[in-house]
Design a protein around this ligand. Structure first.
Ligand code: APR
Length: 258
């Protein structure tokens, strides 16, 4: 059996006594499901493209075919992907604390596929499509002529993935809920994010300012690393299940009075 990682002193007590745990996830939690992250090296076909240049309203206007192809490629990866042990560990964690908030920057829906409830999606969902002009969500559309992009069945505007492009505001209700959780949680787990894209990157900083303990789960250092209370420098799919299992055992002992 694989050995469990040793956790930093104090971490288990901090988690065991927390009333509200908030979790902020990024692309790293889905890496072990086969979905490439954004700032680690891009692989294959799209290696030469910078996501920051494709995921913009400007790119959609200038080169909708290229943007659609890139999103179609990413959708094909998401369709094939399954939740991994990291996603599943967060489903179990939800049941161990009185109040739990899961905030994600990911657009792949894998937290929901794993069974997480009430996921706050800060950056939308790649499997939804909406019209860039009239804003309506669209489920079906006429296949476009070769080389063109699909048009909105209502207003003939340009269809686009229902995700937040660089330079666009985040959905206000999701952002408000995320801020609320950051300010009120006792512990924030920050999993698999480079912590450089705002406003999500500020959420752990708000949590720190409000007095929460912040735990970073990431094999690589990030700008957040020097600020956090605990760092687990291992892949989420390995360390989260071990952490949640150890926490369960700790809580069982506490309830048993030992
Ligand atoms: N477990 C945990 N962390 C991992 C793992 C893993 N198995 N594999 C990689 N990571 C870490 C990397 O070290 C990196 O710090 O995940 C992080 C991924 O960072 P980014 O690619 O920058 O992804 P993210 O932080 O989610 O990006 C934020 O930027 O492009 C936009 O909208 C997109 O939501 C995205 C946002």
């Amino acid at each position: 059996m694989e050995s469990r990682p040793a956790f930093p002193p104090g971490l288990l007590d901090t988690l065991a006594t927390a009333r509200h745990i908030a979790v902020l996830t990024g692309a790293g939690i889905s890496a072990e499901s086969g979905i490439p992250t954004f700032r680690d090296a891009q692989t294959g076909l799209w290696a030469q493209y910078d996501p920051q240049e494709l995921a913009t309203p400007w790119a959609l206007r200038q080169n909708p075919g290229l943007v659609w192809s890139w999103y179609e490629w990413r959708r094909s990866l998401v369709r094939k992907a399954k939740p991994n042990p990291g996603h599943r560990a967060l489903v179990e964690l939800e049941d161990l604390v009185p109040h739990f908030t899961l905030i994600t920057q990911n657009v792949d829906g894998l937290h929901q596929a794993a069974g997480s409830r009430h996921v706050i999606e800060l950056h939308g969902n790649i499997m939804r499509t909406r019209c860039a002009d009239c804003g309506r969500q669209v489920k079906t559309w006429e296949p476009p002529p070769k080389g063109q992009v699909p048009a909105c069945p209502h207003c003939h505007g340009v269809l686009r993935p229902d995700v937040v492009f660089f330079g666009e505001p985040l959905p206000s209700e999701a952002l408000e809920k995320a801020l609320e959780a950051a300010i009120h949680c006792d512990v924030m787990l920050v999993v698999g994010t480079s912590a450089v894209v705002e406003p999500a990157a500020s959420l752990p900083r708000y949590a720190l300012q409000a007095g929460a303990s912040v735990v970073e789960v990431n094999p690589q250092e990030t700008p957040l690393s020097p600020l956090v209370h605990y760092r687990l420098a291992q892949p989420a799919g390995h360390v989260l299940p071990a952490l949640v299992q150890t926490l369960k055992e700790r809580l069982a002992r506490l309830q048993g009075g030992r």
